[in-house]
Design a protein around this ligand. Structure first.
Ligand code: DCP
Length: 602
């Protein structure tokens, strides 16, 4: 498909949790409001702030009390709590209302987070074009053009009228599809408002990255279009970190390696330079992106890849006894269990892999996973407790747990579609003698280090993510960027001894790479027992997934090792070094090699 001809929209609800609360208590409509989690310290932390409150300087991450100081009239809603843990059911249900409207109107809708969706409008646009559908300026009451600042409504109408005229008279019709796309999005946003009561904003462009970028340009209650012909102009003013996938560490590294601050500055680099600097795949992606080309498809997917619950235990609240840990294992297990049951009833699928992640007060982050044999609160809680116990350094006779846990979460994923309501153990036991391999009991549970994090959770999993927005999927596949999506623990250089092990596993990998014989004990071939590996698309027995993922992990480590041994980035001449705020200028030229082998900060 020629990506240049696609029309993609990103639809994002405005201050979503606040709108959900206001729908329940309409007397607060139009007033400055926020939503906070937990009543505890200084009025709870704000996770959503409406635009009326933002006008007073109230921001996400502030405490309720601080918000009151800035805006005495602000009303702070509090997220419901069950078992001392936030209950996000009402936001998830409200999200489902929005997705019902989107799915009812478009064929290709991809859920990007609890309140965001990508829609591929290409076919719908084509239909309108074929019909010569007439459009007038009144059809675009909330549309803006990226790259044009308009101070008044008259200015907006003037610019938009010219745009409509130019697009229709342009022989090449380069931007006309976007006009029709903008029309469709105006329509569906109105429908969302009429049917759910919620306002939203949108970005309309030729690809997901551009749509996501411009969605934020004119929030709230507005939509923004990026003409393909204006991409250079827009990118010249777009800081690298504003691009999805280039936020945080990945963006920092690109800025550091290539000495750029704005996306447009990357245009000066040839494909060769970009590939040598950040890897073949990512270099190619970046080279095209800065020219407005990006091909990640909108995946028609409305179901989350994982369902999880997590909680932070900062400072004195850290979990330092086995009793506390047992209680929280149960609370989180109950939350995940309830949502899994709901998901099973609604979506006829069943999660196969349980993942436990935890951070200790030594700042060490650990992740383990094991097969899910049955949906049961006790089973989830016991499995989680068992794994957390492995990291306890206190004598087993004592109730004390050291180092204390400052955050942990349970996630269920790797869904088996069309699963019936019986437990996986029941299913397997009828057809195979190998049930014991997947039973999650003390002796048989096979934990593994869980390397394949899903960043595609239901977008509302984390209780305490004041600083951690629910992530939308990042459409970047290469190793350079993927590295930044892993935990620090995962990206630190491998100690020599581990490298050795890795190499031997990798010889194992190379044996499998060329044939179909990927680890798979194949007791019986029944499609219900198989899952498709997201990395190699091979069909793998459910109970072999942990081992199979080890195999990919080994392969990735080996690739990383090979690359760091062989790659030398060409020197990049820097005309004007760019300094990041509060940061000393780093040495000029760095290579991926130097990055990979960088010493972890002490
Ligand atoms: N959220 C959260 N924790 C965060 C960020 C967000 O719990 N750290 C929740 C509350 C938000 C919702 O997710 O209402 C959607 O997040 P967005 O980042 O889309 O922010 P809003 O919808 O609140 O505001 P905006 O209008 O800026 O999109």
């Amino acid at each position: 498909m020629n990506s240049d001809h696609r029309v993609i929209a990103l639809i994002d609800m405005d201050c979503f949790y606040v709108q959900v609360e206001q729908r329940l208590q309409p007397e607060f409509l139009g007033k400055p409001c926020g939503v906070a989690q937990y009543y505890t310290w200084k009025g709870g932390g704000l996770i959503a702030v409406n635009y009326e409150a933002r006008d007073f300087g109230v921001k996400r991450g502030m405490r309720g009390e601080q918000a009151k100081e800035l805006c005495p009239d602000v009303h702070v809603f509090h997220v419901q709590e069950v078992n001392g843990k936030a209950n996000l059911t009402r936001y998830r249900d409200a999200s489902a209302d929005v997705f019902r409207v989107l799915n009812g109107n478009f064929k290709l809708v991809e859920k990007a987070s609890i309140d965001e969706a990508y829609v591929d409008l290409t076919d719908d646009v084509q239909k309108l074009k074929d019909e010569n559908f007439p459009l007038a300026i009144n059809d675009f009451p909330t549309t803006h053009l990226a790259g044009f600042t308009t101070k008044t409504e008259d200015e907006r109408i003037e610019i938009l009228s010219k745009w409509l005229k130019d697009c229709q008279s342009d022989d090449e019709q380069r931007n006309l599809d976007l006009v029709f796309g903008a029309y469709l999005v105006e329509q569906v946003r109105k429908k969302i408002k009429d049917e759910t009561g919620f306002f939203c904003s949108a970005g309309i462009a030729r690809n997901k990255i551009l749509a996501k970028l411009c969605c934020g340009f004119n929030k709230p209650k507005k939509q923004t279009v990026i003409n393909q012909t204006d991409v250079d102009h827009v990118f010249d003013q777009t800081p690298i970190q504003k691009i999805q996938g280039l936020g945080a560490k990945a963006g920092d590294r690109v800025m550091e390696l290539l000495q750029v601050e704005y996306v447009g500055q990357l245009r000066k680099y040839t494909l060769d330079v970009l590939q040598a600097s950040i890897g073949e795949k990512d270099g190619y992606w970046l080279y095209n992106l800065v020219r407005g080309i990006e091909t990640a498809p909108v995946n028609s997917r409305n179901l989350y890849k994982s369902i999880s619950a997590s909680k932070n235990f900062p400072g004195k609240t850290s979990l330092d006894t086995l009793d506390k840990i047992r209680t929280w294992c149960h609370n989180l297990a109950e939350d995940v269990f309830n949502r899994l049951e709901k998901d099973r009833a609604e979506n006829k699928r069943r999660a196969k892999l349980l993942t436990v992640t935890c951070t200790l007060n030594t700042n060490e982050t650990i992740a383990r996973s094991c097969p899910i044999s049955e949906y049961s609160i006790d089973r989830f809680a016991n499995d989680t407790f068992r794994i957390l116990k492995q990291f306890n350094k206190s004598p087993s006779s004592s109730n004390i747990y050291t180092p204390a846990i400052i955050s942990f979460g349970i996630g269920a994923g790797k869904f088996l579609e069309n699963a019936n309501t019986k437990s996986i153990v029941d299913l397997f036991s009828k057809q195979t003698t190998k049930t014991e391999t997947i039973k999650s009991t003390e002796n048989t549970t096979r934990w593994q280090e869980y390397e394949d994090y899903d960043d595609d959770d239901d977008g509302s999993n984390s209780e305490d993510k004041i600083l951690q927005k629910p992530t939308a999927t990042v459409p970047i596949q290469g190793d350079f960027f993927r590295k930044f999506q892993k935990t620090d623990e995962q990206i630190k250089p491998q100690p020599k001894s581990e490298m050795k092990t890795t190499s031997s596993i990798v010889s194992f990998f190379s044996r499998y790479a060329s044939n179909e014989n990927i680890p798979n004990c194949s007791p019986e071939k029944s499609s219900e027992h198989y899952t498709t590996c997201s990395k190699c698309q091979k069909s793998i027995l459910v109970w072999n997934m942990p081992e199979h993922e080890d195999f990919h992990y080994a392969h990735e480590l080996q690739m990383e090792e090979n690359r760091s041994n062989s790659m030398i980035a060409p020197p990049i001449k820097i005309s004007k070094p760019v300094k990041r705020k509060n940061e000393k200028q780093k040495s000029n030229i760095q290579t991926l090699d130097s990055f990979v082998n960088k010493k972890p900060k002490s």
